[in-house]
Design a protein around this ligand. Structure first.
Ligand code: XMP
Length: 513
């Protein structure tokens, strides 16, 4: 069967990655490409359907991005979303104008009425809520198009030309606030583009293994394993593909959570790979001694990580391929280069200077995080590894305010474990995207039994978020906070006070350093 792929053309909207995830969730492969993609590249990609994303511009703005008008003659169905819809209308002879008055601008949840005979809206109720965010509107739709939805202030909320397979919506079907958005995308993919739903992680796994075997042949592969989801799944995939040609170097910097190092090592025991665990706790702690400034800590850890990895790699000798757990959002997001440095993120991806290798392999570079997790399950990785929350490369060092010491690390590990354990008991993991304990550098007076204490304050942090760029603090039930606090104060020496961080991001960040 022909490979099925949908092409998403990026006009700079804020939900573009979300569109791609929503398409893949429907078992249809897609890629997000810049609007500068040429017609020849589109033909080579050979999509079964095209989606135009939203974007910040107005189509009549001279600087607005456009698509090659020939795209409308390829015979491929197109769904335009928001700016994408206006662009389609504009290019095909309609008229898009700024909304005349505020009442025609729409932002937020909007009651919308649908023509359910339109293929895009088949099987959904005639009235439901959509998420609108547009200042322009289509005053005249192009010839051949019919109206398929309206709201109180916008008569042209959706347009279509079923003969040519062109559909346009002013609202955002990819956003959860659009009640039947998933069904609309599904209708486009299956009823309009006639997808078969080939994109499943089981199939992907088999295809990826075959590709890796072909590419790597009898070569040697080296992977820096952090124990995070991405590098673990990359390791499992390569282990399955090339077995003992793979060496994983797991740098245990001593800044992991409780039992984490052993868990990672155990997870890879079933594969016949070379697993090197570099126990480098002392080395990291001696470099970190006396260091209190957060960025300085991060720099030291990032640098040291590479040095340990290099030292281990040298022992292994020349390798053919260096493998990395790069995932699709890293690929899509790379290259902006203008944002202010809030924190210098350290990942195991930082390339060492003199590891001798011929080429890089990145077997996850087309997958989203949820797909990476699914692939991990297909490969038989344990659930605690696959579903683990993100954990920063510098580990607990940036969750200990002030100097990092072995004693503080042990205290924090125990408290953090209790927090996670109580969350698991209360079955709250689903609503908490990342949660952990922070050992503040502040001490305060308490009373225990009949005695005075003067111990550290521990902070609990939990956030609920889609993308970690913005995050809300989680409303953890008081009873759970109470259980965590009691258990920690009663069983972890050195902590006599527990507080809960109720700041969102922004203005705070997720981590404290
Ligand atoms: P912040 O604190 O910047 O964190 O709001 C956002 C997300 O990034 C994670 N994080 C890191 N991940 N290396 C990583 O791999 C790092 O240096 C790093 N610093 C923060 C953080 O845990 C959260 O998920």
């Amino acid at each position: 069967m022909k490979r099925e792929a949908v092409l998403i053309i990026d006009f700079g909207g804020q939900y573009n990655q979300l569109i791609a995830r929503r398409v893949r969730e429907q078992n249809v492969y897609c890629e997000l490409k810049s609007h500068t993609i040429t017609l020849d590249q589109i033909r080579a990609f050979d999509p079964i359907g095209i989606i135009f994303t939203g974007g910040p511009n107005s189509v009549y703005d001279p600087a607005a991005p456009h698509a090659d008008p020939e795209i409308f003659r390829l015979g491929v169905p197109i769904l335009g979303i928001c700016y994408g819809c206006q662009l389609m209308a504009h290019e095909l002879g309609g008229l898009v104008t700024p909304a005349q008055d505020d009442s025609a601008r729409e932002y937020g949840k909007t009651d919308t009425w649908f023509d359910t005979a339109c293929p895009l809206f088949r099987g959904i109720p005639a009235e439901s809520v959509t998420w609108m965010s547009h200042g322009d509107y289509m005053a005249k739709v192009p010839d051949g198009f019919a109206l398929a939805a309206h709201s109180a202030s916008c008569p042209t909320a959706a347009i279509f030309d079923a003969g040519r397979g062109f559909y346009g919506v002013q609202f955002h079907p990819e956003v959860n606030h659009t009640e039947y958005g998933r069904q609309m995308l599904r209708n486009f993919l299956y009823d309009v583009c006639h997808a078969h739903g080939q994109w499943t992680m089981g199939d992907y796994k088999n295809a990826a293994i075959a590709d890796l075997r072909e590419k790597i042949g009898g070569g040697k592969v080296l992977l820096a394993l952090s124990g995070g989801v991405d590098s673990s799944v990359a390791a499992a995939l390569l282990a399955e593909a090339v077995g003992d040609q793979l060496t994983c170097v797991f740098v245990d910097h001593g800044l992991m959570r409780k039992d984490e190092g052993d868990e990672v090592q155990a997870a890879f025991a079933p594969w016949p790979i070379h697993f090197v665990r570099a126990n480098a706790e002392e080395r990291f702690l001696s470099k970190l001694a006396g260091v209190t400034e957060p960025e300085h800590k991060r720099k030291i850890i990032g640098e040291e990580f590479i040095r340990v990895f290099e030292a281990e790699s040298k022992k292994i000798g020349a390798v053919d391929y260096l493998a990395q757990g790069t995932i699709y959002p890293d690929v899509v997001e790379s290259g902006t280069g203008h944002a202010a440095v809030i924190k210098s993120h350290h990942n195991v991806g930082g390339l060492p200077d003199y590891v001798d290798f011929k080429e890089i392999v990145e077997p996850l570079r087309l997958l989203f995080k949820d797909e990476v997790r699914q692939l991990g399950r297909e490969l038989g990785l344990p659930e605690y590894l696959v579903s683990r929350q993100p954990f920063p490369g510098p580990g607990l060092a940036i969750r200990i305010i002030g100097e990092v010491t072995k004693a503080k690390l042990d205290t924090l590990r125990e408290a953090d474990f209790i927090f996670r354990d109580e969350v698991a008991k209360a079955h709250l993991e689903g609503s908490m995207d990342q949660y952990f304990a922070v050992l503040t550098n502040m001490r305060s007076v308490g009373v225990m039994g009949d005695g005075r204490t003067y111990d550290y304050t521990l902070a609990l942090r939990s956030v609920t978020t889609d993308d970690f760029m913005t995050a809300d603090w989680t409303r953890i039930p008081y009873e759970v906070l109470d259980a965590v606090s009691n258990r920690i104060v009663n069983s972890v020496p050195g902590i006599n006070r527990v507080v809960y961080d109720i700041t969102s991001k922004p203005p705070a960040t997720v981590e404290w350093e």
